[in-house]
Design a protein. Structure first.
Length: 82
């Protein structure tokens, strides 16, 4: 199955990929071994709009992208880390 992303969806995919490579990948083994995830990374994910993807805007969720839940995790279909 092949499908295309809109320009907005492609931008979200690229931002997620860049964030994963530059901010999540470094130190991932150590964080996994310690079973820790720094609050600073969670805050940064929020700043980029990756929190509240499935929450309605009336409850402070993400506008637009929330209509396509799972875009940030569809790597089985569209690899973020190609």
């Amino acid at each position: 199955m092949r499908f295309c992303l809109s320009a907005e969806q492609e931008m979200v995919r690229q931002v997620a990929r860049d964030f994963a490579q530059t901010e999540l990948l470094p130190g991932v083994i150590e964080r996994d071994e310690k079973q820790e995830f720094p609050e600073a990374l969670v805050r940064r994910m929020g700043e980029l709009g990756f929190m509240g993807l499935m929450v309605s805007p009336e409850y402070a969720g993400v506008r637009g992208v929330g209509r396509r839940p799972g875009l940030n995790s569809e790597k089985r279909k569209i690899p973020l880390l190609r």
